[in-house]
Design a protein around this ligand. Structure first.
Ligand SMILES: [Zn+2]
Length: 100
């Protein structure tokens, strides 16, 4: 469940392309679409969607996709750079025991 906590208002689309979205979990396909369509140029995430799926299982409140954001971005016409997963073990800690 990525949380966007702050976003400055960019002056131009070119400025957004220079922006990085930092998130605790990999953007799902819906959020990856939002990143793509808003023009953000780079995403850095901690917990992968695959690892999140392992933590949530089939929990009805979070039927997690198994679709890396890189695959979503690869289908677009604009490049979005992706760095992640990073510090995945630490990012998984808050989820442990929550989804059971
Ligand atoms: Zn999402």
């Amino acid at each position: 469940m990525p949380q966007i906590t702050a976003l400055a208002t960019p002056e131009s689309p070119q400025e957004l392309e220079l922006c990085t979205l930092y998130t605790s979990a990999e953007p799902c396909c819906m959020c990856a679409g939002a990143v793509y369509w808003t023009g953000i140029g780079r995403v850095v995430y901690a917990l992968s969607e695959h690892a999140l799926l392992g933590l949530t299982g089939d929990h009805p409140e979070n039927p997690t996709f198994s679709l890396p954001c890189r695959e979503v971005f690869a289908k677009g016409q604009r490049k979005v750079s992706v760095l992640g997963p990073m510090l995945e073990g630490e990012a998984a800690e808050p989820h442990k025991g929550f989804w059971s």
